[in-house]
Structures are given as structure tokens and as C-alpha cells.
Design a protein around this ligand. Structure first.
Ligand SMILES: C[S@@+](CC[C@H](N)C(=O)[O-])C[C@H]1O[C@@H](n2cnc3c(N)ncnc32)[C@H](O)[C@@H]1O
Length: 390
């Protein structure tokens, strides 16, 4: 078995993300000093020391979790998994008084039950402790000391320590959510994919719980993605370096700047408006984001320059009376009221999207959870396209 070693210059690490966000995350990691970066499916592999590990957790906007692989091996069935998990010296990693939880994702034709895989791995770990010390550490689902991640793809099994714990999209600013909220890491990725240069108006005219305006403000002001979070799992690790962690946080927080352009979130639903307001206040961004309770068609953009990023109701998860009429309406409002703006729309309702009636200048395929989606770019030229390009 190949148990990965920790080298002086760094560790092998894996950052997990959404399908379609791998390149954005790779660029974020490169900015933070990660080395040997390569992208996989919903994952970015890289090398780094504890500084990079702490920075990745604190600052990556599009990462869901940062894993530290501790064992990679091939496996045929659950019994072999049990044996090979026992080959890792768990007793050198944690003590009987500490707790752990295992999460497994399995893509294998023979082992189809991820719960059973997690159970077998748990048995291997506790039996190793019991054989050595006569007692065993407990499994704790909420706030365990160690989060262990098992990923089986075909015959390949990777066992990792999850340094994040709770998924990194749980930033800590969302107190409540309305219908179909975007995942925060996905929202952050959409903003970066749009290539927004942080100038002009930023608008989400169907902002729901306010995720996109909040992520836009965090991005524009260099507020670290983990700024509001209270805890990361690596803080429980035996090698946790509190001084280094404080230094990483202080350096990142020192980069926070003011943003001079307006950021708007608006929604026709009063409930969504109130929830967005509460979340924005929790993020202490109420001076930086203006929230409006208005239908899209009643918005009056003033500056004539900026970007809209939004996810209208899809129809699958939100019951709308007439989804086609809604998408037609979106196209009409964009054409008449938002000349000079750039609009980006993410939707998984590809049939309805055709009714926007504008030709997208870009189409990016993404997954919003299990939903295959498109992220469309529409350029709303003020005059003719030719004139606008001159
Ligand atoms: C999919 S949700 C947006 C979720 C949001 N991005 C978030 O992260 O919470 C769509 C939102 O569009 C709003 N909406 C639908 N039609 C609208 C319209 N004509 N004008 C403004 N908001 C509208 C709904 O009230 C709903 O909050």
C-alpha cells in the first residue's frame, strides 16, 4: 500500500469543488502559493505546506473542502477495504478520547453502498484501537475531532483527512434562506467565471437570499471566504500551529479594501427581500449592498454600465405559473432597460432559456448540485453591436 508521506516542502492535497469550477479553483490556489497544481473531475490536486493548507481553507471562494490524502490503494470489496484501512496507523493520528466521523463517496460497480463502506472503514479504525489499547474512539456526527473522507472510484480508494470539516460553502453569514438558494461557493465561482472586473454596477435582480450580492461584495472587497466562519477541522489536528493560523488570517484580513461601485440585490418577494437583508446585515455588508424589494421590470438602472448575474426560477424546483412567459419577460426587460450592461443568467431550464430571445455570446455548462445548468452571457449593446465594439 502506498501511504502518502509528508515531505518537508509540502503535502499532497486535494480541493473539492463543483463540476465546471476546477480551473477557477486552480487559479485561486495558485494565487495562494500552491504548487504542482492539476485539475480533476470536481477536484484540484496540489501540493503545499500548512500555510497553503490554512490559506486554502480561509481564502478559496470556490472550494468545498480541502483534503489531505493519507492512504491511496486499490480495493476490490469491503473486506479488502477493512484490511487496507487497518494498514494505516490511526493510533498515531488521534487518541481514544478523540472522536471522528467518516463520509464516503463510492463510484464502483461492486461496492454500491457508501454507508456500508463508511461502516467497514469505521470498524477497521476502532478495531485497531481496541486491539492496541483495549478501548476505542467514538464516532460523533456533529463536531467530531477528525473528519475522514473515503473516495472510491473504480478500484482506486483514497483515504483523506478532511481539513475543513463543515463544507466551506457554509460561510457563516447565512442566517436564513428562501426558495432554491445558490450554494455560496457556486455563486462565488459564477462571479469569477463572468470575468467581472469589479467596476460598474453589480446587480442581482432576483436575489432570493442575497447570495450573489454578498459573494460579489466579498470578492470585490477581498474579504476572505472564511472570514465569518468560527471553525475549521484542521484546528483540531495534533499538528495545528495556532501562531501560523493567526498569521495567515491577519495577512488575509489586511488585504480587505473598500469597494467604490454600487452592488444591488433585488427581489419581488417581500420574504426574500427580508431574508437577503438579514443575511447582508449578518455579513456586516449593509453599507456596501443595497437591497430592494421590486420586480425586475420596475428596476431603473441609472449608470448604464455594469453587470447583472442572476438565477431566475428554473421551473423544476420552483413552481411558476408560466415559466416561458417569465423567461420571455426577462429577455424583454434586458433589451429595453439594461442597454450597455452585461447580463449573465444561470438556469437549468434550457427549454425556457430559449425564450429569453437574445443570442448568448457565451454558454458555460455547469452543475448546480445534480442539475445540469447553463451559464449564459448576454451583451446588451447600447447602440448597434458594431458601434459598441468601436
Ligand atoms: C432561484 S431564486 C434565486 C435564489 C438566489 N440566487 C439565492 O441564492 O438565494 C429566484 C428568485 O427570483 C425571484 N423572482 C421571480 N420573478 C421575479 C421578478 N419578475 N422580479 C424579481 N424577482 C423575481 C423569486 O422571488 C426568487 O427569490
Amino acid at each position: 500500500m502506498d501511504v502518502l508521506k509528508t515531505f518537508e516542502e509540502g503535502m499532497d492535497l486535494t480541493a473539492k469543488t463543483f463540476s465546471g469550477m476546477e480551473d477557477i479553483l486552480a487559479a485561486e490556489l495558485e494565487n495562494l502559493g500552491a504548487k504542482d497544481i492539476s485539475t480533476g473531475n470536481r477536484a484540484v490536486l496540489f501540493r503545499g505546506d500548512n500555510t497553503v493548507l490554512y490559506k486554502a481553507n480561509y481564502q478559496c471562494r470556490t472550494a468545498l473542502r480541502i483534503l489531505k490524502p493519507i492512504g491511496v490503494f486499490t480495493v476490490r470489496d469491503e473486506n479488502e477495504l477493512y484490511e487496507k484501512v487497518q494498514n494505516i496507523d490511526w493510533t498515531s493520528l488521534f487518541t481514544v478520547r478523540q472522536t471522528f466521523v467518516i463520509s464516503a463517496s463510492v463510484f464502483n460497480s461492486k461496492m454500491t453502498h457508501s454507508q456500508y463502506v463508511a461502516q467497514k472503514a469505521k470498524d477497521a479504525i476502532v478495531d485497531q484501537f481496541r486491539n492496541k489499547f483495549g478501548s476505542r474512539p467514538n464516532v460523533e456526527k456533529v463536531n467530531p475531532t477528525y473528519y475522514i473522507d473515503i473516495h472510491i472510484s473504480g478500484p482506486q480508494c483514497t483515504i483523506s483527512l478532511d481539513s475543513s470539516g463543515m463544507s466551506l460553502h457554509k460561510r457563516g453569514y447565512r442566517t436564513e434562506v428562501d426558495k432554491a438558494p445558490l450554494n455560496e461557493a457556486l455563486a462565488a465561482g459564477l462571479i469569477q467565471l463572468s470575468g467581472w472586473d469589479k467596476t460598474g454596477d453589480f446587480m442581482d435582480p432576483m436575489c432570493g437570499s442575497g447570495t450573489l450580492p454578498i459573494e460579489a461584495a466579498l470578492y470585490a472587497m477581498n474579504i476572505p471566504a472564511g472570514y465569518y466562519r468560527k471553525h475549521f477541522a484542521f484546528q483540531n489536528w495534533s499538528d495545528f500551529d495556532a501562531e501560523l493560523w493567526n498569521q495567515v488570517k491577519q495577512e488575509a484580513d489586511a488585504q480587505i479594501i473598500e469597494h467604490d461601485f454600487p452592488i444591488y440585490g433585488s427581489d419581488q418577494s417581500y420574504k426574500a427581500f427580508r431574508i437577503a437583508q438579514a443575511n447582508i446585515r449578518k455579513a456586516q455588508l449593509h453599507k456596501d449592498i443595497t437591497v430592494i424589494n421590486k420586480p425586475f421590470e420596475k428596476m431603473n438602472p441609472e449608470s448604464g454600465k455594469g453587470i447583472l448575474i442572476f438565477n431566475p426560477p428554473y421551473g423544476e424546483r420552483l413552481i411558476e405559473n408560466d415559466i416561458v412567459a417569465l423567461y420571455k419577460h426577462i429577455g424583454d426587460v434586458l433589451k429595453t432597460k439594461f442597454k450597455g450592461y452585461e447580463a449573465w443568467i444561470i438556469t437549468s431550464n434550457l427549454d425556457a432559456a430559449k425564450f429569453i430571445g437574445l443570442k448568448p455570446s457565451k454558454k458555460i455548462t455547469l452543475y448546480n448540485g445534480p442539475l445540469e445548468s447553463r451559464f449564459f452571457k448576454f451583451e446588451l449593446y447600447a447602440g448597434s453591436k458594431k458601434a459598441a465594439k468601436q
